[in-house]
Design a binder for this molecule. Structure first.
Ligand SMILES: C[S@@+](CC[C@H](N)C(=O)[O-])C[C@H]1O[C@@H](n2cnc3c(N)ncnc32)[C@H](O)[C@@H]1O
Ligand code: SF4
Length: 435
């Protein structure tokens, strides 16, 4: 039988891009005109017919992991109750708009940060608040993200009883030596205990695992993957990006921690995960997910990119997508609270895409392992992908990274490893300059 692992011979690029274009990093700072346009848009009806995701963030953590680039605040520095009141106020502001009143959500996802710093009662109250104000379809899912440290077993019991479908946990690695270096506060055994408990209660558990960590060997990576398979969890596998300003950057600079592996090593780790997980019955879906849960493969918000929608709220949230608008909120939790108190949407960056940008976004479906349908492209833009991106498509096809037939454009097995680089081929010049 032919091995289905992506080819590792292809050296189509010098190094793997860590993220695709069209993330909050590209959005311009909000201007009064775009705020006004966004408010006018929110006063229109949602006629897309697509189901959306509601994503309130609790961007607060008990402790800071050395690698993390998320804009979070230490729980010791902020009072949770006033924050939750203002988070609800922001949610209410959106809920009252025509666009949201005519939208239907099939996911309520508490993200962050670590929403598990809340008590079970606070989590349930927040989800109840969302359920009362936003339309949900018959089959909708509640997900709560958190770390095992703040997910005590009785808390997991209460969430399961309430009807939470999935708990997302940032396990990162089951190697205690690496956990210590990354300032992860709990042991691999404790993470495992929380996961086993949640699985026993029938909860779906999705763990984040990271690869190409400083000092991480291939054996350690494979062993973490095997542990996740044994625990029967979904897996988000992220390659570490050492972000400027993180404690880890300093640790590497000063030699306290070894450097990361090179591009080739990172690629081999990606390929090892792909092989191990697909052989264990997982399917690679979305940007970094390996899934054995059928529902994850047909998630509306993912499959509808870029026309589905995520309504995100809370300090530091950055995954807001509503039709042609993309936004991220103020990162500083106190500035966020002040803005909401003053009755303003606390948006920090807001971008409105024209057709040119939406076509580029449509092509970044390839990054999400989704095909670009020629029929849909034609319906939206009156052109075919090859009319707009003939050079890029030809080049990628020659490299064996994509396939094109009369129905769609899709990535090949060889293209898998390079999917973020592939997405960058369709970026605008200004996006590429800011990369
Ligand atoms: C906001 S965290 C949510 C999980 C939760 N806060 C926790 O840690 O348990 C999302 C995930 O992003 C990933 N992440 C954070 N910083 C990263 C970095 N510098 N490079 C790659 N992935 C990173 C981690 O795997 C982390 O679990
Ligand atoms: S990885 Fe999770 S727990 Fe750690 S600092 Fe980032 S958001 Fe907080």
């Amino acid at each position: 039988m032919k091995n289905s692992t992506p080819e590792n011979k292809s050296d189509a690029y010098e190094e793997r891009a860590n993220w695709p274009p069209h993330t909050y990093r590209d959005y311009p700072d909000i201007k009064p005109e775009t705020y006004q346009e966004f408010m006018e848009f929110l006063n229109t009806e949602n006629t897309s017919g697509r189901l959306m995701e509601l994503q309130p963030w609790v961007s607060v953590c008990d402790s800071r992991c050395a690698f993390c680039y998320f804009p979070t605040t230490a729980s010791a520095k902020v009072k949770i109750e006033p924050y939750l009141e203002l988070l609800k106020k922001e949610l209410e502001m959106y809920a009252k708009t025509k666009y949201v009143k005519t939208s239907v959500f099939d996911e309520i996802v508490l993200g962050g940060g670590t929403p598990s710093v809340l008590s079970a009662e606070q989590i349930i109250d927040l989800v109840d608040f969302c359920k009362a104000r936003f339309n949900t379809n018959d089959e909708y899912f509640i997900k709560v993200s958190g770390s095992s440290k703040t997910l005590a077993l009785p808390k997991i019991d209460k969430l399961a009883e309430y009807g939470v479908f999935q708990v997302d946990m940032g396990a990162q690695t089951f190697d205690d030596k690496l956990r210590k270096m990354l300032c992860l506060p709990d042991s691999a055994e404790e993470v495992e205990k929380a996961i086993r408990h949640a699985r026993k209660l029938g909860l779906c558990v999705c763990v984040d695992l990271m690869y190409n960590l400083p000092g991480q060997t291939m054996e350690s990576w494979v062993s973490s993957l095997k542990k996740a398979i044994e625990l029967d969890v979904e897996i988000d596998a992220y390659s570490l990006h050492v972000d400027p300003g993180t404690p880890l950057e300093k640790m590497i600079e000063t030699g306290v921690s070894p450097p990361q592996g090179d591009t080739e090593f990172e690629k081999q780790m990606y390929l090892a995960a792909y092989k191990l997980l697909t052989e264990a019955g997982y399917k690679a879906v979305g940007h970094d997910r390996y899934s054995r849960v059928e529902w994850h493969m047909r998630e509306n918000c993912l499959n509808g990119w870029p026309w589905g929608g995520i309504l995100t709220t809370g300090a530091g949230c950055f995954m807001g997508y509503l039709q042609r608008f993309s936004y991220s909120n103020m990162e500083n939790i106190f500035e966020y609270m002040e803005a909401v108190k003053a009755g303003k949407l606390p948006i920090q960056r807001l971008s409105k895409s024209d057709d040119d940008d939406m076509m580029r976004r449509e092509m970044s479906r390839l990054y999400l392992r989704l095909p670009v349908s020629k029929k849909e492209f034609m319906e939206k833009f009156g052109k075919l992908p090859e009319d707009v991106f003939s050079k890029q498509l030809q080049n990628l096809k020659e490299k064996g990274l994509i396939e094109i037939d009369d129905k769609e454009v899709r990535i090949t097995k060889e293209g898998e490893v390079w999917k973020a680089n592939i997405a960058w081929e369709f970026a605008s010049e200004s996006q590429t300059q800011n990369k």
